[in-house]
Design a protein around this ligand. Structure first.
Ligand SMILES: Cc1ncc(COP(=O)(O)O)c(C=O)c1O
Length: 399
């Protein structure tokens, strides 16, 4: 080994030791069964999952899995190409038509992740005159996508501050393109973007609205079409980005849903589309089936809404103070990072998998336990989870 390599390893080793000492070193919990309400976890046996993005329980749904297997047989393992060379397969187009219709837009374009979709859309929609206005709590993929863009100016407004957004829009010069970017459901707070206000302000100032609805797709609105449906604004959001890796089957993949012109321009210009392989057809097939299951069974969304509301109020009855919210994310602020990690470890020992998040993912002193609901959780699972919460909450003095 070269001395430079050894030096690098030593420096990185010291950094990793720092993470271990701070109690923030991450270890993987290995699953031996499909993602579901109950999984088989290496070294722990059967564990209840209240921390996945499998909001509708479609990750191991028979039809979704079989559609993927069928896709694998018909189209092989992958595209072996980018989309515009020879990497566009029939299921890509079928899925994109379905996603556009589902999102209330003219068109859609898929990517291998929503991370990629954001990194495609945001720089491509930014020209040298553009002012980007972005919520301070937007997802990391939006933050990185903005870093890759070359706008005239950026305005990062405090979380959901419509006053700051208005002031930012008012500070723009005539003729500048204004791009307002927000998460639909904020992943660490579980709250929703103030979409009616954002859309109204954008109309007043002729701004473009981009909503990343990764945690809203399949979750918000009566039929799971996202925060736009929740607020009665389907068709009023210019650009929606979202993931296929959460409610819509959970495999991987993302998309941009927008006008024909925007999607065509992304096809022509967006770098993740031009320089990276397309979504494997097998994933496109299973995601397409996931959207179809959701259309056939809106009762999955109804159940998700019902159990989320009831779990939140039952946590309160047992002495916890979960944050308010309407999505399927229920954060419980516990204070220090080490405490959040200890709490989630104790819950796991009790057979309930819920992740604790601390600094630097969330501000110091606001570490939290993030509960995520899934329509696949049965009443008995929820009772069991609440009992474990109460036991651990009492033991650690949180309640
Ligand atoms: C708001 C938001 N955007 C984007 C992503 C990334 O999605 P993907 O896993 O499809 O890259 C996530 C995932 O955590 C997210 O929460």
């Amino acid at each position: 080994m070269s001395s430079a390599g050894t030096g690098l390893d030593r420096a990185i080793g010291a950094e990793l030791d720092g993470l271990r000492e701070a109690g923030t070193y991450k270890r993987a919990n290995v699953l031996r069964s499909p993602q579901g309400p109950v999984v088989e976890m290496e070294g722990r046996g059967e564990v209840l999952v209240l921390s996945s993005n499998n909001y509708l329980g479609l990750a191991d749904r028979r039809e979704v899995v079989e559609a993927g297997i069928d896709g694998l047989r018909r189209y092989g393992a992958g595209t072996a190409s980018v989309r515009f060379i020879c990497g566009t397969f029939e299921p890509h187009l079928e899925l994109e038509r379905e996603l556009a219709d589902f999102s209330g837009t003219e068109a859609a374009l898929t990517y291998v992740s929503c991370w990629n979709a954001n990194e495609a859309a945001i720089p491509s929609l930014t020209d040298e005159s553009t002012v980007i206005l972005s919520d301070a709590l937007n997802h990391a993929s939006i933050i990185d996508a903005i870093r890759l863009s070359k706008p005239a100016r950026k305005v990062i407004y405090s979380h959901s501050s419509m006053d700051e957004l208005r002031a930012g829009l008012e500070s723009c010069e005539p003729g500048q393109r204004k791009l307002v970017i927000t998460d639909g459901v904020f992943s660490m707070e579980g709250d929703l973007a103030r979409l009616p206000d954002i859309v109204e302000l954008a109309r007043e100032h002729e701004a473009v609205v981009l909503v990343d609805d990764s945690h809203g797709t399949g979750v918000m609105g009566k039929t799971g079409r996202g925060v736009a449906e929740h607020f009665g604004l389907l068709g009023d959001v210019d650009v929606i980005t979202s993931t296929l890796g959460k409610a819509l089957g959970g495999a991987a993949g993302g998309y941009v849903a927008a006008s024909e012109e925007v999607c065509d321009m992304l096809f022509q210009r967006s770098r993740p589309h031009l320089f990276s392989n397309a979504l494997p057809p097998t994933v496109a097939c299973s995601a397409l089936e996931a959207v179809r299951v959701l259309r056939r069974e809106p009762q999955l969304v109804e159940r998700l809404h019902a159990i989320t509301a009831s779990f939140r109020s039952r946590l309160r009855e047992r002495g916890f103070a979960p944050l308010d919210g309407e999505g399927a994310i229920i954060p419980i602020i516990v204070g220090e990072t080490a405490f959040a990690i200890r709490f989630s470890q104790r819950l796991l020992e009790e057979g309930v998998f819920v992740t604790g998040f601390g600094f630097p993912v969330v501000p110091e002193g606001t570490a939290r336990i993030r509960v995520q609901m899934s329509a696949a959780l049965e009443d008995e699972h929820l009772d069991r989870a609440l009992d474990a919460f109460e036991r651990v909450g009492r033991e650690l003095g949180l309640i």
